[in-house]
Design a binder for this molecule. Structure first.
Ligand SMILES: [Zn+2]
Length: 106
């Protein structure tokens, strides 16, 4: 790996999501590039800081409110899709009738 690593690659490395070949290539680059090695250590330190934060239990269960807010939108989307299907069916019917009428006039 001759180019510098991007942050997404470093995140993937820290998460263990790189293939063995990708991880080996990154590790080889890190041994020769203080800039990328520093970025890795910075991101690793950030991950550790985030993981060390205490978990804060929620006082209330938010799931029912979230689901209630999502349902009306889903119904709206379903009616929109159904409306488009009905419009397409009407257009197809009109086209078939028009073409059928055109053949009768010939
Ligand atoms: Zn580099």
């Amino acid at each position: 790996m001759s180019e510098h690593s991007n942050v997404e690659t470093i995140y993937a490395y820290l998460d263990g999501e790189l293939s063995q070949q990708e991880a080996l290539a990154l590790e080889a680059h890190l041994r020769t590039c203080p800039e990328c090695a520093g970025e890795l250590e910075h991101q690793r330190s950030l991950f550790r800081s985030i993981e060390s934060l205490p978990s804060v239990p929620l006082g209330t269960n938010l799931a029912p409110g979230v689901m209630a807010a999502i349902r009306p939108r889903r119904d709206w989307l379903q009616s929109l899709v159904l409306g488009e299907l009905l419009a397409a069916a009407s257009l197809t019917t009109a086209l078939v009738l028009w073409l059928g009428g055109a053949e009768l006039q010939l």
